[in-house]
Design a protein around this ligand. Sequence first.
Ligand code: FEO
Ligand code: CA
Ligand code: CA
Ligand code: CA
Length: 629
Amino acid sequence: MKDIDTKTLSWDEWDELQRPALATTDFDAVVDTALSRRGFLGGVLAFGSGAAVMGTGLLSGTSAQAQATSRFGFNAIPIATDFTVHVPEGYTWQPVAKWGQPLFSDAAPLSQETGVDLASSDRVFGENTDGMELFSIGGRQVVAVNHEYVNPDINLPHTGGETTSADDARILQNMQGVTVMEVAEGANGWDIVVDSPFNRRITQNTPMTFSGPAAGHPLLQTAADPDGMIVLGTFNNCGSGKTPWGTYLTCEENFNGYFGSTDAAFARPDDYVRYGIGLESRYGYEKFDARFDVSQNVNEPRRQGYVVEIDPSDATSTPVKHTALGRFKHENAAVVVARDGRVVVYLGDDERGEFLYKFVSAGVYTPGGETSSLLSDGQLYVARFATDMTGEWVALTPEATGMDAAEIAVYTRVAASRVGATTMDRPEWVAVNPVAIEGYCALTNNSRRGADATNAGGDAMQAVENSPNPREANRYGQILRWFPDAEDHAATTFHWDLYVMAGNPTVHQDANAGSANINEGNLFNSPDGMMFDSSGLLWIQTDGDDSNEEGFAGMGNNQMLAGDPVTGEIARFLTGPNGSEVTGLTWSADRRTMFVGIQHPAAPFPDGDGKLARSTVIAVKKADGAVIG
Ligand code: FEO
Ligand code: CA
Ligand code: CA
Ligand code: CA
């Protein structure tokens, strides 16, 4: 690896550094032993759901760049390697909300010289935008958006990025979490409505309550909260979800990295090992705030790693952490109502060799009815896949796991291992098709597949032919799809296939060439964010290697593509600035604007003023004002 300033790494890059991938030189040797491309296509990629056979009528080669198709209202664009955003001809983009932009008129904006002052740090748009959802409330448009992590360098310019005091820690804690903001479109396009009564920052210190089986349990009790019912803050807010009753779900992903020990002799309990909780945190909070010092507060990390529900219509409402949805590195939460009205939430645990989950509520959703127990009372399941392209959702019950309901909620990974869940290639976003009964999960990559015998829980992690995770040292990722039996999301069995296997057919002849719907015109790696539009097109965002070299040649910067679930066709719609991840997607109420998140650009963005590289939510429109989703 090149010289690395760890403070500037994205969270994924930092994670990679903790547990390095195979050396590049080993990579080609390893993939030689993987499935042949032909064998893979013949076995796994038979298209389900009555869809056309992939490869038939698909765009091929560079013709994709010049050809519009029936379902996509745009001409696919080429890759980019520069430092700005590109959209198709006939579309425009503009910044809406930038890191450090005030939500309130009394807040000082981010300055390159001094960062954001402490008093303003929970009154401006936070850093590293991620999952987001738009809510139409009384004719006003309110966006809830996550701030996944921070770059200490620019937030703490007076220390060069080191956390040297409780105030420094507090600035970092305030720049993460969630923003709720009203946005409006005026003569100059979309902007934040400063001082809107909906505007709110939720930080790593905002009080919230627990619900579900672990609420009040001794595992969640601390000296500061002896009842185990009130927790401060939400951590590493990654993907999002939206309930039918108009609330926002923010998902706590790599919460483990915020905790450390001031006592080097602290012996980590087994669950710390499984969840990757170490003795030193990424930002050094534990040196200034005992809450983050596990030698003093062993239960504090057990109070993080959940899905949190926020009511965007009331800036004074108290967020709720739902333990019934399990504790793991939550990516996002895809909510859908089953045939009988029960609420189904699909959930991924983004770590190499961790699992895919589903929650089914006990009660049913009735529009306008009582919803307060729908995410606190229900059954959590984990997915087990078979090589005959069937699968089952295995209920995580006390009988099946030997753990009580609270332990299942807190040590969910352990419970899932006990029932033989299938180890996955890092489940990122899950999305549910609004016009067909099917779910999708982006399995972003897994460089350790086959290199490590097991995940952290001892579950086998070899590559399995005809499984959702068939490639060793998987660098490109794939998108899994499942079809619930009886066309019911509450069903406990399903069939599955792979919607796409990303790869590079210009470099590889084997399984790393990817599936037949990958061609020179739509190369990408590491699918991550995913969202369906109202017409049933799947929008795919990437968070991968943007070196544009060797195995990644021809892929360019991270990007957003549209996928047709029926034909398998995939076309590139947007390219992000070099160094950035494209993550987070939602639409205006009239669906004429698409809001897209640009996280951690490497060079000045979006202003081109030669100064700050700012994570930014942008608005994309069609120049003629047509509906785009
Ligand atoms: Fe925050 Fe797994 O992405
Ligand atoms: Ca990321
Ligand atoms: Ca992600
Ligand atoms: Ca990712």
